[in-house]
Design a protein. Structure first.
Length: 149
């Protein structure tokens, strides 16, 4: 049992380190997120929103000036990103533009660039079995009709 407990503690510590690192990254982005949030709020009448994007923009509006800890600043940055994803998702669903004014279009373009600029593209992992054997579809058939590795 001590081995299982140690593995659990190590995993919990690794998760905590990853969370702290994410907070630091988002906190560094906060000043720009705050300025973008202000622009989105200034031009909100030109944004085409559904209930989700209205919710996220509401969170931005309520908290834009009240971010006194690293965690709160990181959370705010995430809300700006959530708004961007929601407003673009709504536009895709409706097959319509997400803005109605040039100013709102510029503000949303900045917010979109902010949201997606620092997202690394993660290569897809090759599916493998836990035994190390190749997946069934990658195995060749033998003369007997069976599959071999």
């Amino acid at each position: 049992m001590p081995e299982v407990a140690r593995e659990h503690e190590e995993r919990a510590a690794a998760e905590e380190r990853a969370e702290r690192a994410q907070v630091l990254v988002q906190e560094r982005r906060f000043p720009l997120a705050q300025r973008i949030g202000q622009l989105l709020l200034e031009h909100r009448d030109g944004l085409v929103m559904d209930s989700w994007s209205e919710y996220w923009l509401g969170e931005v509006a309520e908290t834009i000036d009240n971010r006194d800890t690293a965690t709160k600043r990181a959370r705010f940055t995430g809300w700006v990103e959530s708004f961007v994803r929601a407003v673009h998702g709504h536009a895709r669903e409706r097959n319509r533009p997400s803005t109605t004014t040039e100013e709102a279009c510029r503000a949303l373009a900045l917010a979109t660039e902010f949201t997606y600029q620092q997202r690394p593209e993660i290569p897809r992992q090759v599916q493998r079995s836990q035994t190390g054997n190749r997946p069934e579809r990658e195995r060749r058939r033998t003369r007997s009709g069976r599959r071999s590795a």
